[in-house]
Design a protein around this ligand. Sequence first.
Ligand SMILES: Nc1ncnc2c1ncn2[C@@H]1O[C@H](COP(=O)(O)OP(=O)(O)O)[C@@H](O)[C@H]1O
Ligand SMILES: [Mg+2]
Length: 330
Amino acid sequence: MTTKPRVDLRGVRLHVVTGKGGTGKTTVAAALALSLAAEGRQVLLTEVEGRQGLSQLFDTPPLSYGEHKVAVARNGGDVLALAVDPEEALLEYLEMYYRLGRAGKAMRKVGMIEFATTVAPGVRDVLLTGKVYEAARRRDHDEFRYDAVVLDAPPTGRITRFLNVNQEVAGVAKVGPIKRQADAIMEMLRSPRTAIHLVTLLEEMPTQETLDGVKELQAAGLPVGAVVVNMVRQPFLTVAAMQQAARGTLDRAEIAAGLVAAGLHDVPHLASALAHEAAEHAERVTMEKRERRALRKVGRPLVELPWLPDGIDLSSLYELADVLDAQGLR
Ligand SMILES: Nc1ncnc2c1ncn2[C@@H]1O[C@H](COP(=O)(O)OP(=O)(O)O)[C@@H](O)[C@H]1O
Ligand SMILES: [Mg+2]
């Protein structure tokens, strides 16, 4: 146990949550934001894919542009959500560098903004990462506006490119304010102030994608945080029963006797259905063990979240936040 890598998030201001699609990125990002916001802290939860996943999750109307409070954390503390919009980010950018307030709006009218943000995907990512960077270091007087920023990021397959886009900009710009901004963003993303967490399941494809993703991020000099293993099934059989279930040698008579004792009818049919389910469960648990072993080899802390059979609502986000907190993600 002592050699197990530990999660150490001291000094991390930006948490990037990536993972294979459908593994629970949005859910984990939200739970992490809640965990980080406990005890009176202020956390901004951002999404960049234009899906309004956060408003659905927190059951609020679609987020208009801006930072809106969506939840209060344990012992006070706020989670604010922002759906970063590339067009708005570009207007802000033009205003910041060229004071193009009204001219920027005129550009939007003639479609220039839409052109810039949709035709060139690289430009889009520059704007999205730029906005997240701005939020992470924004100050109110002497203090940071947010104690942490959590990004519900693009999936593993696109994350390195997404985070590295400013390196290309810095290479093209060579000098001037755009180059300085791009360098500053890369500096932050590669520093210990950033942690990139990968969400995965204990299944073959997501595990493989996680192993590849970690390698790719590390090769690009980007700091990998924890591997968050989501939807972990709790084994509900003893080790001995699990082995019997896998071999199909569970004692049917004993199962049937238990069913009779529970007052059930059609016992032989039920007993064989149950034995079948137990075999599937045993198979799943065996696979989970194998994938967990593979993930340990990554050398990053593994954090596990339980599978919640009733799905995710606001109260289950708090539940998952507590589980993250207990494992050091706070
Ligand atoms: N721990 C969990 N237990 C049960 N269901 C979960 C869990 N985590 C996520 N889900 C469900 O899985 C689905 C995908 O989750 P989501 O966070 O939207 O994934 P992603 O953002 O990676 O596409 C959603 O329906 C969500 O409610
Ligand atoms: Mg999502």
